[in-house]
Design a protein around this ligand. Sequence first.
Ligand SMILES: [Zn+2]
Length: 379
Amino acid sequence: MIFAALLTACTAPAQPPATAPAKPGPVAPAKAEPVRAAPTRPAQLWPFTKFRGQDYIALRDIAKRYGLKAAWTKPGTVMTLGDARGVRFTFERDERDFRLDGARVFLGEPAYLSGDDLWVTKVDVIKTIAPIFAPADHAALLPVAPKTIVLDPGHGGTDPGKQNLRFKLDEKDMTLDVALRLKKLLEVRGYRVVLTRTTDTRFSNNPVVDLPMRAEVANKVGADLFLSIHFNAVDRDPQRVSGVETYVLTPQGQASTQPEQDKTMIATQYPGNRQDAANALLGYSLHRQLITDLKSSDRGYKRFRLAVLRTLRCPGVLVEAAYLSNDAEAKRIGTSEFRQQIAEALAEGISNYAATLAALRPAPPPAGTPALLKLLTFY
Ligand SMILES: [Zn+2]
């Protein structure tokens, strides 16, 4: 459960806006290069319309851009975008979540009905929908395929995390077990894997210190991917709530899936936001694999400004693999077979993400082509 993390996220003072990128980059030339290189792709600007002070893009324009067919399945309420493979996207009026290839994804703003179309905000398209559905359009923003992966087994030491007393299960033990299983699977696939903890410990009994320290492990070893592993719990009606939730860092200026208690966080650009496009792709890849392989209920791919993700300098995601508060699911969590299944789904999701990145890596740009120029061809 990420309750401690949520509390921290909500109560910790907002961090100062990120300044210069922390990763060392090539030394800038002493003299500014003139911008004269031709764009590498034709200009593809999204047509948008302003509603209620925000830029919105019509689903029919998204369909046109991606070669999909838009249709009302429930006129004025539910619209699908599909192709020869069948329905790819399903959006519903006034709902913040949509389905992409069967997986439930949350946006910052609900789909808006105007005229004979549903509309989503331009920020949601650029930050979430496009990086997941058309990562090639974002190649300039996406990293190379990961080599070093940091796994973070949630909780530990004095913090058991969530518990199921009936089955005598502590979240901290289950997360460590899954992380150790996943480490083996990833190492076989050729990754370098580092764990934030390998025993029953934590960095600090103060979550305000402990959670950023976990991100710092990834930053220190130069990780290309950070995965925090958790199990969930709910107080109300626990036997009716089960399934998978996946979290990525909310893009700057956007609403999280849960309300932010400290509103100043919304406007803050965190170091982790430099990887918004990669976060979206990674989060979706892991979430879809988990719900497919575990055949669990889909609680959604969500966004929140979690303390363990905010200061990351690499793409990061937090998964809540199942509910310890649900006895049927806790019984599964208590078996090594299910924990192995979770680890295998996560390994597969990471491999899919890595394969996507490897496939779209563009040829190196001509010397002197500013990255911004290439981006402008898309936005
Ligand atoms: Zn947890």
